[in-house]
Design a protein around this ligand. Structure first.
Ligand code: PLP
Length: 390
């Protein structure tokens, strides 16, 4: 357990899976688990979605990799879908969340130097955040366990308490370039930022000429019932990083920015060999087609409300186990009273896969394709697990 309480490897990994189907994972010996972890918010359409299999197979027979030296039509198509459905005007494709955040951090520095402020390079970030495991992204967060032995850290981050506007304001100096924040802290324990806090950060950025950068790697691509979590708060960022659910299991990340914010990022200023490859682009286009066309987002909101309400009703019978349930859409956190790892293990022993997070929280991140029956099934498993724990 790290200083912020994130349990990194406290649980014995005693199970390996052979195959997946929809929201289920199967072991070699045929045991079935209801997967409410989704590879930590990655398998947004569940396992082996037929449309994704078809898309990946078809693309695999045409073209796998092609250098960014040439045009990649599917990259243009995906960028078109993302920009048409967000604040953004331009997109950089990469392969992971950390790379997407890193691209955004380079972008905010470039924006400032391009606008005549090369002295502005620092970024205000928040305690409890998680932005990835590269040297720069561990430097951006306050998790000492992630930093231990890897020093010195990359300079340029001022970490303030999450949700505290006054501390954020006090941290702004002549060297500040941007504010980086997760609309809902995922690894930190499903801790939603107040809508007003996000709106106030926007105002703070406008007041001091800073860029507002949302890390939506975990919250993005429909997880919260909106394509991007910040859309619920109606706060317009300048930059966002996305990954995880975008590829539905195929590795892909992206950094989205407004035209103004991306002004200094001309062709060649940043790059990636694999980023935006035709396989990833084909799959991600299909993921977005499905999420945007099949009214999934509305269903995510409804099922999320139901899931949280019923979990609350369920744990009220066991007041010594759980303190609260929180989150948005299908990004749900159960704040435990007993060690969260014990709940995760008990759920798993009853067939339900969940993920531990910071703040002694158990995360439920089911695939967005679940229906009422899966919610019923999960609640039965949770109820049995609670019973067994008492
Ligand atoms: N940002 C957030 C909010 C995340 O939750 C994660 C991963 O959990 C990352 C960044 C890093 O993503 P990746 O592991 O794909 O590099």
């Amino acid at each position: 357990t790290s200083v912020t309480g994130v349990q990194t490897c406290a649980l014995p990994i005693y199970v390996a899976f052979e195959r997946g189907e929809g929201p289920y994972l199967f072991t070699e010996d045929g045991r079935r688990f209801l997967d409410f972890g989704s590879g930590i918010a990655v398998n947004s359409l569940g396992h082996c979605h037929p449309a994704l299999i078809q898309t990946l197979s078809e693309q695999s027979e045409k073209l796998w990799h092609c250098s960014n030296l040439y045009r990649i039509p599917k990259q243009e198509k995906l960028a078109g879908i993302l920009t048409a459905n967000s604040f953004a005007d331009s997109v950089f494709f990469c392969n992971s969340g950390a790379e997407a955040v890193e691209a955004g951090l380079k972008l905010v520095r470039k924006f400032q130097s391009h606008s005549g402020h090369p002295e502005r390079f620092r970024v205000i970030t928040f305690a409890g955040s998680f932005h990835g495991r590269t040297l720069t992204t561990i430097s951006a967060a306050a998790n000492d366990a992630h930093k231990a032995g890897f020093g010195p850290m990359v300079d340029g981050f001022d970490i303030v308490p999450f949700g505290n506007l006054e501390e954020a304001r006090a941290a702004v100096t002549k060297e500040t370039a941007a504010i980086l924040v997760e609309p809902i802290q995922g690894e930190g324990g499903i801790r939603p930022a107040e809508k007003a806090f996000l709106a106030d950060l926007r105002k703070l950025c406008d007041e001091f000429g800073l860029l507002l950068f949302f890390d939506e790697v975990q919250t993005g691509i429909g997880r919260t019932g909106h394509l991007f979590a910040h859309q619920a708060a109606d706060v317009m960022p300048d930059v966002i990083a996305i990954a995880k659910g975008l590829g539905g299991g195929f590795p892909v990340g992206a950094c989205l920015a407004s035209e103004k914010a991306a002004a200094g990022m001309t062709a060649g200023t940043h790059g990636s060999t694999f980023g935006g490859n035709p396989l990833a682009m084909a799959v991600a286009c299909k993921v977005l087609d499905i999420i945007l066309e099949e009214a999934l987002l509305k269903k995510c909101v409804e099922l999320g409300v139901e899931l949280r309400t019923r979990i609350k009703q369920c744990y009220q019978n066991y007041p010594n186990l759980v303190e609260e349930v929180r989150g948005a859409g299908l990004m749900v956190g159960i704040k435990a009273i007993v060690p969260a790892g014990e709940l995760v293990t008990a759920f798993r022993d009853h067939g339900l896969l969940t993920v531990p997070a910071g703040d002694n929280v158990v995360r439920l991140l089911p695939p967005l394709i679940i229906d009422q029956n899966h919610v019923d099934e999960a609640l039965e498993m949770m109820s049995s697990a609670f019973k067994a724990l008492t």
